[in-house]
Ligand binder design. Structure first.
Ligand code: PBG
Length: 332
């Protein structure tokens, strides 16, 4: 039956009717808040708030000292957010990125501090070398300056184990080396961390939307770009293949990143893997909304909630987003 017997507007008439038939919901428990922790305490600095250094391209996001980080984690937990994802800014970098697996490294210290102060909050650690290497690439370099996949695996696996040892609840490799999920699983199991899940950044694209993050984490490659290891934004079938390989290697959750321009792949990966899927609403996506809202071009609250809802509708079980605290507040 079609119009006039069928009228789609009948079920849109009131808030009650709309609520009754709403297909998708979004709640704070699905959010992961990314946090930047620095080994060098920024002091009072420009923010006038102890241990916080504002990130110019990400209004509302700061680089945090260990003390400020714990306060931020407490705030997130109080808002009902399930997890934080940690990115470290070490005091020093080297060719190998040895700060990444240092037992006393910045992420390891941060993980211990949060688990001690807020044990119920999940700590997810980003496992990568780019914040720790002097050249800013996600792996170690060969003589010819290309990234050496197989030599990097061992370092990535060692980094994941050091995070687990510090108390990380979930490890999330973002380096995009082939075989890293299997290498991490083997190393974790060998060291007794059989119950530590792996959230694989499976379909991670070489994206312009990471710009603000690289400023925040000081991880812009010193030369070249990441296109020889991160995916080509033109490729969808390849994204599904990456996710299926990670499933084979033992991933417990898979990720699609960025999120906004990749809703088709959130759906495709969800259908193909049957694993929980995380969508990473990345720094550039956040920056666009913040800039437009500050200029008065968009209603920030309505825009953010619409974006988060759309990611859930696409199939994301979990959303990693810098909007997490604001959104959790709005949803209360
Ligand atoms: C590290 C990493 C990046 C992001 C998450 N982990 C940067 C990159 O790959 O260049 C980006 C996150 C964001 O933009 O919010 N490899």
């Amino acid at each position: 039956m079609a119009f006039p017997q069928t009228r789609m507007r009948r079920l849109r008439a009131t808030a009650g009717l709309r609520g009754l038939v709403r297909e998708t919901d979004v709640r704070a428990g699905q959010f992961v808040l990314p946090l930047f922790v620095t080994e060098t305490d920024p002091g009072e600095g420009a923010s006038g708030r102890a241990g916080r250094e504002p990130i110019a391209t990400m209004p509302g996001v700061d680089r945090l000292s260990l003390t400020a980080l714990v306060a931020e984690a407490q705030e997130a937990a109080a808002l009902g957010i399930s997890a934080v994802m940690l990115f470290g800014l070490p005091a020093e970098k080297d060719e190998q990125g040895s700060g990444a697996w240092d037992a006393e490294g910045v992420v390891q210290l941060a993980t211990r501090a949060i688990k001690q102060a807020v044990p119920e909050l999940l700590v997810i650690t980003d496992v990568c070398l780019c914040e720790y290497t002097s050249h800013g690439h996600c792996g170690v370099l060969r003589e010819d300056s290309s990234v050496d996949n197989d030599a990097t695996l061992e370092l990535i696996a060692q980094t994941a184990v050091s995070h687990a040892r510090a108390g990380a609840d979930i490890v999330a490799p973002s380096d995009m080396m082939d075989g890293r999920v299997g290498a991490i699983r083997e190393e974790l199991d060998g060291e007794g961390f059989t119950d530590t899940p792996i959230l694989a950044y499976s379909a991670k694209f070489a994206s312009a939307f990471y710009g603000p993050f690289r400023e925040a984490a000081d991880s812009t490659p010193a030369f070249g770009d990441r296109r020889s290891y991160q995916m080509d934004p033109a490729n969808g079938r390849e994204a599904v293949r990456e996710a299926l390989l990670d499933v084979q290697e033992g991933a417990d959750m898979v990720m699609v990143k960025p999120a906004l321009a990749y809703g088709d792949l959130i759906s495709a990966v969800k259908r193909a893997t049957h694993l929980p899927v995380a969508a990473y609403n990345v720094s550039g996506e956040y920056a666009m909304v913040k800039a437009a809202a500050a200029a008065g071009y968009l209603d920030e609250r309505a825009t953010v909630l619409e974006i988060l809802t759309s990611l859930r509708r696409a199939g994301a079980d979990t959303i990693i987003t810098y909007h997490a605290k604001d959104a959790a507040q709005w949803l209360q």
